[in-house]
Each structure stands twice: as structure tokens, then as C-alpha cells.
Design a protein. Structure first.
Length: 74
């Protein structure tokens, strides 16, 4: 699940969002705890969270990400 943050404060906002994603993972006892931030450029950063397919619908409906992608371990 991916959240896009735009503007001059995008990087700080994305980093702060990950704090809340980690809290949610702990509170809900989710199976996966992979989260992170990717800084695309000075005006765009993303926060992401990987969830198991079995938990995807519940988490998606609760957290309303901007978009999603299938994650495969490399």
C-alpha cells in the first residue's frame, strides 16, 4: 500500500506517516511489518506498507492508501 505526499514538506510528512503505520501494525497484530519511505524528488515522497494478501482488504479499507502494488520478495 502506498501513500503519496507532495510539496516542500513531502519527505517529513512521509517519514511521520510511517510512524503511524508502524503503530497500526503493532496495535492490529499484523503478520508483516515491512514499511518505509522513498524520496522520489524534492517535491514527492511516498510512504509504503507491505501487508499479507489475507489482510489486504481490511487494512486497505481502514487506512485508505492512495494506491497499491503487488510486492514480491526478490
Amino acid at each position: 500500500m502506498i501513500w503519496d505526499f507532495r510539496g516542500p514538506a513531502a519527505s517529513k510528512t512521509a517519514e511521520h506517516h510511517v510512524i503511524h503505520l508502524k503503530e497500526y501494525i503493532t496495535i492490529e497484530g499484523l503478520n508483516n511489518n515491512l514499511t518505509g519511505v522513498s524520496h522520489i524528488n524534492d517535491m514527492l515522497s511516498i510512504a509504503y506498507m507491505v501487508v499479507d494478501e489475507s489482510e489486504m482488504h481490511i487494512v486497505r479499507d481502514a487506512l485508505k492508501p492512495h494506491r497499491g502494488e503487488i510486492y514480491e520478495k526478490q
